[in-house]
Design a protein around this ligand. Structure first.
Ligand SMILES: NC(=O)C1=CN([C@@H]2O[C@H](COP(=O)(O)OP(=O)(O)OC[C@H]3O[C@@H](n4cnc5c(N)ncnc54)[C@H](OP(=O)(O)O)[C@@H]3O)[C@@H](O)[C@H]2O)C=CC1
Ligand SMILES: CC(C)=CCC[C@@H](C)[C@H]1CC[C@H]2C3=C(CC[C@]12C)[C@@]1(C)CCC(=O)[C@@H](C)[C@@H]1CC3
Length: 342
């Protein structure tokens, strides 16, 4: 039976590496759907995948995870195209306008928390968030809420009798409880929207397991480690990509002390691929699966308990359901208004 796999943010970085690795390891019986915002980059990714795997079944789908109407349209298209969905990789993500605190970085270098700083980026990064045309905080909408809505829209495909399906969130070790507040789930007031959105995805994954396991749907989260991608290049904007490449020997050295420096998208996709091969019933909903690379370059996946609890995850879930009904109502009103004008 052919497995249908949908990956968001599949046109570059970790999402694209996952697609390449899936096609290499599972040469037959895979239908890949690349859900992307930038269709030019998506076309390039599609051509690259087909060049190395000419017989592969790879389809493209336009989807902007920050836009409610785009998610609803894309999900409608998925329901038309496929009669099942076995894996949904919720990978698209942004870290807009990152501010790198150089002072905190140098202080951290000579402190006992240096390894934690390199593994999580804790204490050295903040971001300036924006607002989407739907009126949502951009990081929250892109990294979390759009994906939540997608899962809700694809429920008929994901929750079919007699089959199990897997959701896999690309979270981060940068997810911290301290950055998240139930009173401000969109992180309108803070300076760490990225960390907040990733912590929220850890909580949401737990809540989805609580509500959907009975229907055969399982959710897990991974951290790809520190990977050199467009997202990380943007952290030091005055630092061109080739200078990052010059830093590689230093990064390989750091990898001797922290195996979280996976560095390449191929390595970063390790935990995603590992989860693909697991029986979802055997996974622990309180665990984050980390892609790690040893000093000698060996990739492996390691589970780490997350700092989450059931009560907070349920409260977040309730708030997301509430927001979902609000945005759906607003969308209906807008559509009615538009049809009246015609
Ligand atoms: N790199 C790292 O060190 C780490 C990354 N991660 C996570 O990994 C995931 C992938 O990031 P990474 O590969 O590093 O970075 P990239 O920037 O290479 O990939 C991000 C992907 O998300 C897509 N995307 C961004 N915004 C939207 C949107 N509104 N709608 C649809 N797609 C969108 C991008 O597409 P587009 O071409 O349209 O911009 C791109 O395909 C992210 O969730 C990130 O938070 C987690 C931990 C560490
Ligand atoms: C210039 C030199 C010598 C080092 C670069 C230091 C930082 C730019 C770098 C160190 C640890 C990195 C890191 C991330 C971004 C870049 C660093 C801060 C992340 C926060 C990127 C996004 C994530 O989700 C985290 C898992 C990363 C953690 C480590």
């Amino acid at each position: 039976m052919s497995k249908v796999v949908l990956v968001t943010g599949a046109n570059s970085g970790i999402g694209l590496a996952l697609c390449e690795r899936l096609l290499s390891q599972i040469p037959e019986g895979l239908q890949l759907c690349l859900a992307c915002r930038n269709m030019q980059r998506a076309q390039a990714a599609h051509s690259a995948l087909l060049a190395s795997h000419p017989a592969a079944q790879v389809a493209l789908l336009h989807m902007d995870t920050s836009s409610i109407s785009s998610i609803i349209r894309a999900a409608q298209e998925v329901r038309l195209r496929y009669d099942r969905l076995d894996y949904l990789f919720l990978n698209a993500g942004i870290m807009p306008n990152p501010q790198f605190d150089v002072n905190a970085f140098f202080k951290g270098l000579f402190s006992s928390s240096v390894i934690t700083m390199f593994a999580t980026g804790e204490g050295i990064l903040t971001q300036k968030d924006g607002v989407t045309p739907d009126g949502l905080q951009e990081v929250f909408a892109t990294n979390l809420f759009g994906h939540f809505l997608l899962v809700r829209e694809l429920e008929p495909l994901l929750c079919q009798a007699g089959q199990t399906s897997q959701l896999v969130w690309t979270s981060s070790s940068n997810a911290h409880r301290s950055a998240f507040s139930l009173e401000d789930i969109q992180h309108q007031r803070g300076t760490q929207p990225y960390s907040s959105s990733k912590y929220a995805s850890d909580l949401l994954s737990l809540a989805l397991n609580t509500h959907y396991n009975k229907q055969g749907l399982y959710s897990s989260v991974i951290c790809p480690g520190f990977v050199m991608t467009n997202l990380t290049y943007s952290i030091l904007p005055s630092f061109p990509a080739f200078l990052w490449t010059l830093l590689m020997p230093i990064f390989w050295l750091i990898r001797m002390f922290t195996n979280t420096f996976t560095l390449t998208a191929y390595n970063g996709a390790e935990a995603l691929l590992w989860l693909f091969k697991q029986k979802p019933e055997s996974l622990d909903p309180y665990v984050k699966y980390h892609s790690l690379t040893s000093g000698l370059g060996t990739n492996y996946t390691q589970p780490h308990k997350m700092d989450i609890d059931l009560e907070t995850s349920e409260s977040l879930y309730e708030k997301l359901l509430q927001l979902e009904s609000e945005v759906r109502k607003k969308l209906m009103e807008e559509q009615e208004e538009a049809s009246c004008r015609i």
